[in-house]
Design a protein around this ligand. Structure first.
Ligand code: NAP
Length: 265
């Protein structure tokens, strides 16, 4: 792809894994970057490598997005920096544990990061994108948004929120020149698994994709305007049938009459 100036991409969770891969790919495409995460050292190391390799401007913004003060710092940046053309909501945590084995404070932190931060950052970015009639929001969801039974329930539900919110944003914003995409990775080889208490080596290797393949597939979908990107799903017709069935249900979801399967007195 030819390198052209594309404005600035603000990437959350850029210090490792999928976010760091996106940072590299987007810099090579000609984006300047604002890298957000808590680990300043890792962000600085990535920033100096990418500056050297791509000559793009790379800024580091250390922030804990599960903390209101850190989050408002990044919201301010999104409202005030008109060079930002892409918000990549990637920071997220997850686990595989059941309700009985999970600490509710950890679950609340997951909701703060996966749901509240993603929502507030989108609300901070979109008014500027709308005024400038240009911009893009990529939200990193998960295949568990379609399969909340697979891992921890709060994690699956948080990602179901991300996918649903993105579908709604697409409907609201596509007419205003704003591109929106949800990326639904399957199992991907990153620190995510070890951080959540189940190192990736415990998974069947045939279901685990590299972060670079995941990001390259998702960016190809982004270029093609694909709203729901699922690089690990081979038979896309299965998802298309699922989505067509959901769309067919929409006009029938509300009715003034109780469905006949219920008994009334
Ligand atoms: P990762 O390597 O653990 O990356 C997570 C990133 O989020 C790190 O950069 C981390 O940086 C940042 N982060 C965590 N807590 C944060 C906080 N409170 N404030 C700011 N940044 C925070 O895992 P990953 O796989 O790349 O995860 C990226 C996204 O992909 C997540 O949303 C995850 O749910 C999603 N996903 C992953 C998989 C998978 O199998 N790996 C599958 C589906 C979806 P610091 O620690 O420096 O803050």
């Amino acid at each position: 792809m030819n390198k052209e100036h594309r404005g600035t991409a603000l990437i959350t969770g850029a210090s490792s894994g999928i976010g760091a891969l996106y940072a590299e790919r987007l810099a090579r495409r000609g984006y300047d970057l604002i890298l957000v995460a808590r680990n300043r050292e890792r962000l600085n190391t990535l920033a100096s490598r990418l500056t050297t390799e791509t000559q793009q401007n790379v800024e580091v913004l250390q922030a804990d997005l599960a903390n209101p003060a850190g989050l408002s710092q990044v919201e301010r940046k999104l409202r005030e920096d008109a060079s930002i053309t892409l918000l990549l909501n990637n920071a997220g945590i997850g686990t595989h544990t059941t309700l009985l084995d999970s600490d509710v404070e950890r679950m609340a932190e997951m909701i703060s990061l996966n749901v509240t931060a993603l929502t507030r950052l989108t609300y901070a970015a979109v008014p500027g994108f709308s005024a400038r009639q240009q911009g893009a929001v990529i939200n990193i969801s998960s295949i568990v948004s379609l399969a909340p039974e697979l891992l921890n329930g709060v994690y699956g539900a948080s990602k179901a929120y991300v996918t649903a919110f993105t579908q709604s944003l697409h409907k609201e914003l596509s007419a205003q020149g704003i591109s929106v995409q949800a990326v639904l990775p399957g199992a991907t080889a990153t620190d995510f698994w070890a951080t959540g208490g189940l190192p990736v080596e415990n998974l069947d290797p045939t279901i685990v994709m590299s972060a670079s393949d995941l990001v390259d597939g998702a960016l190809q979908d982004f270029d093609n305007g694909v709203l729901i990107s699922m690089p690990s799903v081979h038979d896309l017709e299965q998802y298309e049938a699922f989505e067509a069935s959901r769309q067919a249900l929409l006009p029938h979801l509300s009715n003034h009459q109780l469905a006949p399967r219920y008994h009334t007195n």
